[in-house]
Design a protein around this ligand. Structure first.
Ligand SMILES: [Ca+2]
Ligand SMILES: [Ca+2]
Length: 473
């Protein structure tokens, strides 16, 4: 895939201190655990992603499952809003709250109870009142969801707003669709384009003509629900691929003894762990190896490619149509399976954070590659890799793994990594007919309980040697 401009918007953000150093070194997400999101000034200068979610909580209970996980990662973004779209819960939904807003608020109250403990483990979780103020009804007879979106997008903040729609039932209409209708009617095509260009989507498609009929096309839309491929919709693959990954046990690790938020995770009907909408924000969790502007690189939500039937007018519409060769097989599941234990262990640790003191829970290591994360070499050059600077906040022993990710780059190889399980590794740059990129993923895993993993990505551009011509006689 052709390289897209990297983090152009983020680089426009005022840089300060450690964040500036991190960004300048190109180390995408690492270390960006900024201050609590309470102060507007801090928010505007933070490098966190701005995120709005729109949930049909009260329909399929899996939204409530996804919401539990989302709140446990609320420190990773600036959560601009949570919009609840269902004025009444569906009859077969057993939640005692009978409106979408009621369901979300009940989870916020539980979040408020575990918030002091979460902050002991990782600073930067927004307070419950702060989230409460930004949690609104997006019902058809309410302007609150529309107004929340307008306010967030119109705010003079150089960062785009990532919008995650988790589906809306037929009896409701997305607040984003209504916001876009309003902006088009009131601001005309130019104002509409400026507004639309400030949004990025990791989202279901519920926006009518705004999806692809009305200009301009979206700057970037990652659509983690379809296509049907290798076993079904991508939406339906999350549960089967992750529910037991890393030995996760729903009862032991979530429902029992992990506080009031975990206890709200519904397991009714046949959905012990479904979480079909979780991909939308999993894609945005900074793990050290993903970049939300690069769907083809792979993330905890899998790996995405351009949506063929939307071409050529919507070149930035991506969906889950990619396959990885991994573990001896080639299929789409592998784009997630390779990270499934890592992401589920991470969820498990955060559930521990709800109830345990710091010393009794695990915290992820800091993966750190020495030197530049982007390098340019010639064929046959020896590329040396060192992760010796990696650390763990619990002082645990670390294990290392360097992996070539062929599908993320465009290079046939071969790339054979020497000492791939050591802090120091190397490989010989392959011969290439044209300029190609080699993506190397560093995985650093601690030996805590559960073991936690973070990553770095090194992108090596291999340029063929220039043929030196003798001067004409
Ligand atoms: Ca949903
Ligand atoms: Ca640790």
């Amino acid at each position: 895939m052709k390289a897209r401009p990297i983090l152009a918007v983020w680089r426009a953000v005022p840089k300060r201190g450690a964040v500036a150093a991190v960004l300048a070194s190109g180390q995408l997400f690492q270390g960006l655990f900024g201050p609590p999101a309470a102060a507007a000034e801090e928010r505007s200068s933070s490098a966190k992603l701005r995120v709005i979610i729109e949930t049909d909580a009260g329909g399929d209970p899996d939204d409530e499952q996804s919401l539990v996980r989302f709140l446990l990662y609320a420190n990773e973004w600036d959560v601009e809003g949570i919009i609840a779209t269902r004025p009444e819960t569906r009859r077969d939904n057993r939640n005692t709250q009978r409106t979408g807003l009621g369901i979300v608020r009940a989870q916020l109250e539980a979040y408020g109870q575990v918030w002091p403990n979460l902050n002991r483990h990782r600073p930067g979780y927004p307070t419950m009142p702060w989230l409460w103020q930004r949690t609104v009804a997006g019902y058809n007879d309410s302007p609150d969801g529309v107004n929340l979106i307008l306010e967030a997008v119109d705010r003079p903040d150089p960062r785009p707003v990532w919008y995650c729609n988790w589906g809306t039932d037929d009896d409701t209409t997305s607040s984003l669709k209504r916001a876009l209708d309003k902006v088009l009617a009131e601001r005309g095509p130019t104002g509409y384009a400026a507004f639309k260009n400030k949004l990025r989507l990791s989202s279901d498609d519920k926006f009518g003509d705004h999806t692809r009929k009305l200009e301009p096309p979206w700057v970037l839309w990652v659509y983690p629900f379809y296509p049907n491929m290798d076993g079904g919709r991508w939406y339906h693959r999350f549960g089967p691929l992750t529910a037991k990954a890393g030995g996760f046990d729903l009862q032991r690790d979530l429902l029992s003894g992990h506080g009031p938020l975990g206890a709200l995770y519904p397991t009714t009907r046949d959905i012990a762990q479904k979480e079909g909408d979780t991909y939308t924000f999993l894609y945005l969790i900074p793990t050290g190896m993903n970049d939300p502007n690069e769907p083809g690189w792979g993330s905890w939500a899998g790996r995405f490619g351009v949506r063929e039937d939307f071409q050529p007018r919507n070149p930035s519409f991506f969906w889950a149509n990619q396959r990885d060769t991994w573990g001896g097989t080639t299929n789409r599941d592998n784009t997630l399976k390779r990270w499934a234990a890592d992401l589920q262990n991470d969820f498990r640790a955060r559930l521990d954070w709800c109830v345990k003191p710091f010393a009794e829970a695990n915290h992820p290591p800091l993966a750190r590659v020495e030197g530049a994360l982007r390098r340019t070499v010639v064929p046959s050059a020896i590329v040396t890799l060192s992760a010796a600077g990696s650390t763990d906040p619990d002082g645990q022993a670390l294990s290392f793994r360097w992996e070539w990710y062929p599908e993320a780059g465009a290079c046939a190889g071969p790339v054979a990594i020497e000492h791939a399980d050591s802090p120091q590794a190397s490989f010989v740059a392959p011969s290439v007919p044209t300029t190609q990129t080699v993506h190397i993923i560093l995985r650093v895993t601690d030996n805590g309980q559960p073991p936690l993993t973070r990553y770095q990505r090194v992108i090596v551009t291999v340029e063929p040697r220039q043929v030196t011509r003798s001067p004409a006689p």
